[in-house]
Design a protein around this ligand. Structure first.
Ligand code: NAD
Ligand SMILES: O=C(O)C(=O)C[C@@H](O)[C@H](O)[C@H](O)COP(=O)(O)O
Ligand code: ZN
Length: 365
């Protein structure tokens, strides 16, 4: 496969390189000042990480740190252990972090890089669809706390992202499908061609010819949005800026917290988007037709569209507290990313409790 490079045109512009067997590209992205590299990888992916480790060892003094699985690594305690390890090795500002894993690893590793000496270079090597199209790009890093998802973190852009699509070959089906949740989200918020491609494809696997195009389209959506509004301070002409990428996440993060962070993020996002569409319909800002397109689009790729399908027992009252600590909220006022049409994202400020409950009834069956 040829290499595709998507440039993220933020202040510190960087490349997202998509292809296969990309390990040799690491020194280009890390730059020529780096001497030591902390290689933070999901421990269960030690075998897949081997070629990257070998490539790093050719050029750098490498500190390998295997991390706990999935959301278990997104804690302040795991970040603190990494910082202690960097301290023991005397990591300086000319050293760097390389992450290898899913979105949990790029979030944790990015946070470690953001915190160490107030920021050292980081290159992400995403190994899930979700991390490839979303988590590795854009510089949001962070960990969870008892009160909710990603409540501690920092904006810290990578020096580059290497997306080796061959790595997706070992991804369990459930994780591949979960990653498509963020891809379908991109279809609704910005690129309806994604929806058309999905509606025209029967089953998407790691080998599907349509997958690279879907991945590339979703990365382009993310790259464009974060380049325009890196720190989520807002867009212009009514466009919500980076908050657009948070479509479906107000309910999704509350569901994840309620599950003890045991459900897949992409699955929760699918249900969250169906909820946001119903809320927008009830608020009178979205047509019945576009709202009704949501559940079938997510279901088409095998995603859940109701709380029951997520395997959760959760009433509205179990979730509203966590929704209130959503980063889009201001004081006691909830703000939702909604659509006014396909690819027309807007903020809905202060929906009524009746609307919030009624929309929840539609997804809690
Ligand atoms: N920073 C952002 O902008 C952003 C965007 C979206 C999501 N996220 C975060 O990303 C996380 C979800 O990421 P995820 O869906 O990638 O989950 P994940 O990182 O938890 O990975 C899912 C599972 O797949 C395993 N795995 C990863 N790659 C594999 C491979 N190639 N083969 C076999 N197994 C593999 C992992 O070890 C893990 O057990 C959430 O914490 C979410 O909040 C962040
Ligand atoms: O990059 C963003 O901005 C997003 O909102 C992308 C989301 O898919 C992602 O899950 C992000 O981590 C959520 O951010 P948060 O600020 O709500 O924690
Ligand atoms: Zn997300």
């Amino acid at each position: 496969m040829n290499e595709t490079v998507i440039r993220v045109e933020s202040a510190a512009a960087y490349d997202v390189v998509i292809g296969t067997a990309l390990a040799a590209r690491l020194p280009d992205l890390l730059g020529d000042k780096v001497q030591r590299v902390a290689f933070l990888y999901a421990a269960e992916l030690a075998e897949q990480a081997e070629p990257i480790l070998e490539a790093l060892l050719k050029h750098y003094d490498v500190l390998g740190l295997g991390l706990p699985s999935g959301e278990d690594q997104k804690t302040v305690a795991v970040a603190a252990d990494c910082w202690e390890a960097l301290g023991e090795k005397g990591f300086t500002r000319s050293d760097a972090v390389v992450t290898f894993g899913g979105g949990a690893t790029t979030d944790l590793g990015g946070f470690v890089a953001a915190g160490w000496l107030r920021g050292v270079r980081v290159v992400h090597i995403p190994t899930t669809v979700l991390a490839t199209v979303d988590a590795a790009v854009g510089g949001k890093t962070g960990v969870n706390t008892a009160a909710g998802k990603n409540l501690v973190g920092a904006f810290h852009e990578p020096a580059g992202v290497l997306c080796d699509l061959a790595l997706l070959g070992t991804l369990p089906r459930e994780d591949l499908v979960a990653g498509l949740g963020e891809v379908v989200k991109c279809g609704f918020i910005a690129d309806p061609e994604i929806l058309r491609l999905i509606e025209a494809t029967d089953e998407i696997t790691a080998a599907s010819p349509v997958l690279p195009e879907l991945i590339e389209r979703a990365i382009r959506v993310k790259a464009e949005v974060v380049a325009a509004d890196l720190k989520e301070t807002g867009g212009s002409d009514g466009h919500p800026g980076r908050e657009t990428l948070n479509y479906g996440h107000t309910l999704a993060h509350a569901l994840e917290k309620h599950s003890g962070f045991s459900i897949r993020h992409g699955d929760a996002v699918a249900v969250g988007c169906v909820y946001a569409a119903e809320l927008a319909r009830l608020a009178g800002v979205l047509s019945d037709e576009v709202a009704a397109r949501h559940a079938p689009a997510f279901a088409k790729v095998g995603l859940p569209t109701t709380v029951k399908e997520l395997g959760l027992e959760a009433g509205f009252d179990d979730l509203i507290g966590a929704m209130r600590v959503d980063k889009k909220a201001r004081g006691s006022v909830l703000r939702f990313l909604v659509l006014h049409d396909l690819a027309v994202p807007r903020i809905l400020t202060g929906p009524t409790e009746e609307q919030l409950r009624e929309a929840y009834a539609a997804v809690s069956v």
